[in-house]
Design a protein around this ligand. Structure first.
Ligand code: SF4
Length: 222
């Protein structure tokens, strides 16, 4: 099977089984999504969703958040991983959006990555979820699932995974493909024990095929 055929199978499978895949973070506008994505680093979406309502209640926009002090905001962020850094990042992000971007959350990756707490992955999430730009955010799920399926070959960094995926996924499907791979990794292709028996991608999955052949693939870690 060629790589092109494998991608075609995977895309068609997800189009059939998860046509409306979307982020599990709860948000109403780009500001709220950016706050939620910054908080979600090394933390589950579920935990973030339990935390954000109080933050959005107290800081409904970037202007109010820019005026928050560390001591004001920290108690609302405390239950999340890395609360110190995330508190500082949120306040810093809000200040930069107000000072340098006229209070509007930027809509391009090069602008977004200037904000505190925002790396390439977060910028890709914001631009693809809000604006449907063809940017692929690679988290641990996307990295793992892509490698197991054989959508990527010998990718050892998120950037390599991103580039290999973008080569084959049609531009207009990139924003939804990101959610397909994340949700598949979160619920089926689990890191420690993938639920291969429940997975409709077995016929094209390199990892599964290697298991049934008895020479399990060793895959890079991220
Ligand atoms: S067959 Fe197994 S390893 Fe392959 S994608 Fe499905 S769950 Fe993951």
């Amino acid at each position: 099977m060629t790589k092109k055929e494998r991608f075609a199978y995977v895309i068609s499978y997800f189009e059939q089984h998860a046509p409306n895949a979307e982020t599990e973070l709860i948000y109403d506008n780009p500001y709220q999504l950016l706050v939620a994505v910054i908080l979600s680093a090394q933390c589950t979406d579920k935990r973030v969703n339990m935390t954000t309502p109080a933050i959005f209640d107290q800081y409904p926009d970037v202007y109010s958040l820019s005026k928050a002090t560390f001591d004001d905001l920290f108690p609302l962020v405390r239950s999340i991983s890395y609360p110190n850094n995330k508190t500082k990042h949120l306040i810093g992000m809000a200040n930069m959006v107000v000072d340098d971007f006229g209070g509007e959350i930027p809509s391009t990756v090069p602008e977004l990555v200037k904000l505190p707490g925002v790396g390439r992955k977060t910028a890709n999430v914001i631009t693809s979820v809000v604006h449907h730009q063809p940017n692929m955010a690679v988290d641990t799920h996307v990295f793992r699932v892509s490698a197991r399926l054989g959508l990527t070959t010998n990718a050892t960094t998120p950037l390599q995974t991103e580039m290999q995926l973008l080569k084959y996924i049609p531009k207009e499907k990139v924003h939804v493909a990101h959610h397909w791979l994340i949700l598949h990794g979160r619920y089926i292709c689990l890191a420690r024990s993938p639920k291969c028996e429940e997975c409709g991608l077995r016929p094209v999955c390199k990892y599964y095929q290697s298991i049934i052949r008895g020479n399990q693939l060793s895959l890079p870690k991220y």
